[in-house]
Design a binder for this molecule. Structure first.
Ligand SMILES: Cc1ncc(COP(=O)(O)O)c(C=O)c1O
Length: 367
């Protein structure tokens, strides 16, 4: 590893939320309207987001985690049930299942794209299995066709953790257009509402159940027919989301163009892989490195290039989940991924010059 060249432009951040004058004006309008909780802007945002992904229904909530919990509950997942999912994700994938009283059951990932390996699902199915929850990790679609077939064969629910996958496409079909998908609008996501999340679906009855659950389980005022809590999105957040929706397609195109350029320029790391017919929206641009990753990150930082590890500890090895009894070696592909992945800046504000600098710096430090 050679001595890093310092970047006179300061650090290139790993993520950069884009908030402009229109978002500020939209928030001011909400504040002036006096309608601070869920109101007409949430309705408008749900309609706009549903139209954007091509889903008949969308139910907005106050985080991506809330979207997963509400969707699981509305699909009837509860105590005693098992949900098959990936060990290589953000913690909310597993804790949302636990929040419903159910048990996450991990199966290993596909080394090609870090997503749930459909070939391993059948062996994990028991009499208690009720659902499968794939994650479209980094914005790269999981193998939904095979997962749907298994779910149909075994009468399981398929609930997609699409927290990172706004605008992603699986075999010509936008993620969220059919089935049940849960998106996050956390500030670093491809579009944001501040905090926020949304469930998209083509199932009217399921959407109605989600609406009841997100509002204390009340279908009518003060009549509580289901267990629910306050998972509602605020109008302030929806107002930001409505503006962001106008830009997300252009931002996504830029992310894809930045990723394409990085993959063309990087010479000594394994670049992301995409299945034919899919659209990866590069919430993260994540490479595999065979170097001392911590040293490499320090050297990148010194050279002005931000980086991050998504994720350094697989879910089954997290202290909160270790009581399930999984040891090292339980999911070797996920463990190897956790040891080798490194995310580089790919966000839409990067200039061509910065992309060249990121690639040149990574190449120099890994050669
Ligand atoms: C894969 C995945 N699932 C779930 C979540 C939870 O979303 P939120 O942070 O909006 O609750 C996130 C967001 O960080 C995520 O990346």
């Amino acid at each position: 590893m050679t001595t890093p060249k310092s970047n006179p432009r300061g650090i290139i951040p790993i993520a950069k939320p884009l908030i402009g004058a229109d978002e500020r004006a939209a928030v001011m309008q909400v504040l002036e309207s006096g309608q601070l909780a869920q109101g007409p802007r949430v309705d408008a945002f749900e309609a706009a987001f549903a139209a954007h992904v091509g889903a008949p229904y969308a139910v907005a909530v106050n985080s991506g985690t809330a979207a997963l919990i509400v969707a699981l509950q509305a699909r009837g997942i509860g105590p005693g049930d098992e949900v098959i999912t990936t060990p290589f994700s953000f913690i909310a994938t597993a804790t949302s299942i636990i929040a419903c009283g159910a048990t996450p059951v991990f199966v290993d990932i596909d080394p090609f794209d870090f997503n749930l390996d459909p070939a391993l699902i059948e062996d994990a199915i028991t009499d208690n299995t009720k659902a499968v929850m794939p994650v479209h990790l980094y914005g790269n679609p999981a193998r939904l066709g095979e997962l749907r077939t298994t779910c149909d064969d075994f009468e399981l629910e398929l609930i997609e953790d699409a927290a990172q996958a706004h605008g992603a496409v699986h075999q010509d079909q936008p993620i969220g257009a059919t089935g049940t998908a849960c998106f996050s609008f956390y500030p670093t996501k491809n579009m944001t509402t501040g905090e926020g999340g949304i469930i998209t679906t083509d199932d009217a009855e399921f959407a109605a159940r989600c609406r009841i659950i997100r509002n204390h389980g009340q279908g009518e005022r003060y009549l509580h027919t289901m267990f629910g809590l306050n998972w509602r999105m605020q109008d302030i957040n929806a107002a930001i989301g409505l503006v962001q929706l106008e830009h997300v397609d252009e931002w996504t195109e830029r992310r894809i163009a930045n990723a394409t350029q990085l993959s063309r320029l990087l010479t000594h790391v394994e670049t992301p892989r995409i299945r034919e017919g899919n659209r990866h929206v590069f919430h993260q641009y994540t490479v595999r490195v065979s170097h001392d990753r911590e040293r490499l990150q320090d050297a990148l930082k010194a050279a002005g290039v931000g980086s991050a590890v998504h994720y350094p500890i697989p879910l089954h090895q997290q202290p909160i989940l270790q009581e399930m009894g999984f040891g090292e070696g339980s999911f070797p592909v996920a463990e190897a991924a956790a040891d080798s992945v490194l995310s580089l800046p790919v966000h839409p504000s990067l200039t061509e010059d910065e992309i060249g600098y990121i690639a040149e710096t990574v190449n120099r430090l890994t050669s």
